[in-house]
Design a protein around this ligand. Structure first.
Ligand SMILES: Nc1nc2c(ncn2[C@@H]2O[C@H](COP(=O)(O)OP(=O)(O)OP(=O)(O)O)[C@@H](O)[C@H]2O)c(=O)[nH]1
Ligand SMILES: [Mg+2]
Ligand SMILES: [Zn+2]
Length: 356
């Protein structure tokens, strides 16, 4: 194993050089459990923790190392290390942390291809695919849609048609990890030095596909409950694994929900046909609600645009607009806090220098 096989490139080499820290060595995060990391430096796997300064100085949790990140480490003992720096990412797949907090979370960093996996069982949902596609827009990775469990379905042609309608230019592959169908087509996307990640709900078969690619079972595979096809959250850690044939794969735990992190522009490429239609609305700022001369509503009436897809677009737009409002509020609060503590500081200085 060497650094290039782990995904090292000129981009990271340049970033590393400009740090000017010859006392540190580069390594990649291959596994993370809260603040405990497993990293690989091209020769050795090490357990690592983060330098306190890095932990406290980071703007937010998303700036801390995540699986796929390149970090600069100080090795010690045979298999230990301290992480001093995180090298700039060329991209990452984010989400909004679940619940009511407004925090950005990294799911995987520095990925070239993101496989968005769906299972063709009862849990199949084309709206969820749209959601993942929107989040992939800002990830720096090329998305590929994998429809797994093809062995469970008869109406394959209809499903593929439905998915292709939302996929745009994104490739759609039909596979069955169980029957080893279509795995070679997945393999054509994976090359030496490239990092690919599997994302999707629990139980869709991410680990099964990863295992099929690795040709032996490394990840634990869990059974799906029969009733609603939902998985059991078998994979508990994000984990990066180099393939013997070259390329690196990241398996991730199933996401219960993917709340978006981004802005409304991220909708443009995924819903390009709606944007194209909107150009023909009579009013520039048409909200496509009930305005006269609305080209979008007309297209729905003419059955050129699927009403469910338009609903989905509106829902994701609302979600992002709400997120951006919350972000603005948070920024304002932060600035206010800073102003307040600055004011305090000035008062204190004046008190200590009564002559001024
Ligand atoms: N019928 C069928 N079952 C499959 C296929 N691929 C995976 N499964 C089954 O689906 C279940 C879940 O598979 P996993 O690979 O653990 O799914 P996962 O996406 O990694 O799930 P989490 O780790 O929980 O996120 C297991 O029972 C697999 O045997 C397939 O192509 N066809
Ligand atoms: Mg899994
Ligand atoms: Zn309109």
């Amino acid at each position: 194993m060497n650094l290039n096989q782990l995904g090292w490139s000129d981009y990271f080499q340049n970033a590393f050089n400009s740090l000017d820290r010859e006392d540190l060595i580069p390594a990649r995060v291959i596994r993370q459990n809260k603040h405990q990391y497993v990293i690989h430096d091209g020769r050795t796997t090490r357990n690592a923790t983060i330098l306190g300064r890095l932990l406290y100085e980071s703007e937010d949790a998303s700036a801390l190392p995540a699986v796929g990140d390149w970090v600069c480490i100080e090795p010690f003992d045979e298999d230990q290390a301290i992480i001093h720096e995180v090298l700039p990412r060329f991209g990452a797949f984010f989400r909004k942390e679940a619940g009511h907090v407004t925090r950005k979370q990294v799911i995987a960093a520095n990925i070239d291809i993101v496989f968005l996996v769906s299972g063709l069982d009862n849990d199949f949902n084309v709206r969820r695919i749209e959601r993942y596609l929107v989040q992939a827009t800002s990830s720096g990775a090329t998305p590929v849609i994998l429809l797994n469990k093809a062995d469970l379905r008869e109406d394959i042609d209809d499903i593929i048609k439905e998915v292709k309608e939302v996929a745009g230019d994104v490739e759609v592959l039909l596979i069955s990890a169980k029957e080893q169908r279509g795995i070679d087509a997945v393999r054509t996307f994976i090359h030496e030095g490239l990092t690919v990640a599997f994302l999707g709900s629990s139980g869709v078969g991410k680990s099964s596909i990863a295992n099929a690619l690795m040709e032996d079972v490394v990840q634990r595979i869990g059974a799906v409950r029969d009733d609603d096809s939902r998985g059991r959250h078998t994979t508990s850690h994000r984990e990066l694994m180099p393939l013997a044939s070259g390329g690196i794969i990241i398996d991730t735990p199933g996401l219960r929900e993917l709340q978006l992190w981004g802005d409304e522009d991220d909708l443009q490429s995924v819903f390009s046909e709606i944007n194209e239609l909107a150009a023909f609305c009579k009013f520039r700022d048409c909200q496509h609600e009930s305005e006269p001369g609305c080209a979008v509503l007309q297209a729905i009436e003419d059955e050129e645009l699927d009403a469910a897809r338009f609903e989905s677009f509106k829902k994701l737009k609302r979600e992002l607009s709400f997120l951006n409002q919350r972000q603005d509020e948070m920024a304002r609060l932060k600035a206010k806090k800073r102003e307040k503590s600055f004011g305090k500081l000035v008062k204190e200085i004046n008190r200590n220098n009564p002559k001024r």
